[in-house]
Design a protein around this ligand. Sequence first.
Ligand SMILES: [Zn+2]
Ligand SMILES: [Zn+2]
Length: 119
Amino acid sequence: MNSDRRSSSGPISVRGPMHSVAMCPICQAGLCGIRICTGDDPLVPAPRGGFLLCDECEAIWMSPDVTTAHHYPSSESPECPICHGDLWGNSVWADNQQIQSLGWSQAVNPDLDQTATGS
Ligand SMILES: [Zn+2]
Ligand SMILES: [Zn+2]
């Protein structure tokens, strides 16, 4: 049943992507952030479970390149493209370490990092 899981550590409620590869070419308003699938257990990210998600229009890319084909999750029940669980519940915005383990570090555009918001 529901064990009393306390999330005492970890920034759970980050709204926007921590690291993004581009502005969204579709809606031109969102950031294509890197997310990583965690499946049912948020403490165990899938090592190959990376994808891009626009934080504005929710377009999804399966590789860190927004010129490749994208798709949209169902608006009624958006699914994680990796594990097909809940899109927002079963994946998290990837941090630097996770992006490195995906091998996507080179795709990140540091100008778009949430931590480095200039102007
Ligand atoms: Zn998933
Ligand atoms: Zn978008």
